[in-house]
Design a protein around this ligand. Structure first.
Ligand SMILES: Cc1cc2nc3c(=O)[nH]c(=O)nc-3n(C[C@H](O)[C@H](O)[C@H](O)COP(=O)(O)O)c2cc1C
Length: 214
């Protein structure tokens, strides 16, 4: 994999900045500006299943709370990842943007009903219907059966236009990962990359910063 020189390779500076999460947000915004990627919100989300097996999948990290250092993803909480997190409420995510990587590890908690409702209401109609129709991670006989399930949800709610309301399914909502560790990586020329990790014990506690060898 080639690594492009990031537009601002400030991670070269000492001392390192005190707060990592605003940097992650800035990198996300810059990834939208440079259009280097189809979906800059995409993260790999790793969880541990009840039997101790790791699993990973791509989800969208739709919100970053820079004050609290928290990252929100939305999903079906009865899915494989949802069950894993209910059992072991810790997770890791990683963003990859051209020349940059941001890794976040910490504890996960469901977002409030109000937060989940507000985000659900912003989703396109098809996504709102699909959230009811899909028992995410469960087997299904055929694609036709899935499309039938979408049609019956549509009939149930009488929702055919974008503006038509569809309530949020009780199993669907946000998962908020509150960072205990944030590691940033910037690709540099000559492969002498910049890499540093920030760690803290709880929200509000100061971050300790450590530069790491690439
Ligand atoms: C670009 C992309 C974005 C995705 N975004 C989400 C998402 O925001 N939420 C979600 O539940 N699944 C999302 N998925 C699907 C997941 O990768 C995964 O297939 C699904 O959540 C079921 O995972 P699980 O069985 O491990 O729970 C996305 C997939 C891709 C490729």
């Amino acid at each position: 994999m080639s690594t492009k020189e990031a537009p601002d390779a400030w991670l070269a500076e000492d001392p390192l900045p005190a707060e990592p999460v605003p940097i992650v947000e800035r990198w996300l915004n810059q990834a939208f500006q440079t259009r280097g990627q189809e979906n800059p919100h995409a993260v790999a989300l790793a969880t541990v299943d009840p039997d101790g097996r790791p699993s990973v999948r791509i989800v969208l990290c739709n919100h970053i709370d820079t004050e609290r250092g928290a990252f929100t993803m939305y999903t079906n909480r009865s899915s494989r990842k949802g069950r894993a997190i209910a059992h072991e409420p810790r997770a890791a995510i990683v963003f990859h943007w051209p020349g940059r990587q941001a890794r976040v590890e910490g504890r996960v908690a469901p977002t409030s009903d109000a937060v989940s409702d507000a985000y659900f209401a912003t989703r396109p109609l098809e996504a709102r219907l699909g959230a009811w129709a899909s028992q995410q991670s469960e087997p299904i006989e055929s694609r036709d059966q899935l499309l039938d399930a979408v049609r019956s949800v549509q009939d149930r709610f009488g929702a055919t236009r974008e503006a038509d309301p569809v309530p949020r399914p009780p199993h669907w909502g946000g998962l908020e990962l509150t960072a205990e560790a944030v590691e940033l990586w910037v690709g540099r020329v000559g492969r002498v990359h910049d890499r540093a990790i920030w760690r803290r014990r709880t929200v509000g506690a100061p971050w300790t910063t450590t530069r790491l060898q690439p």
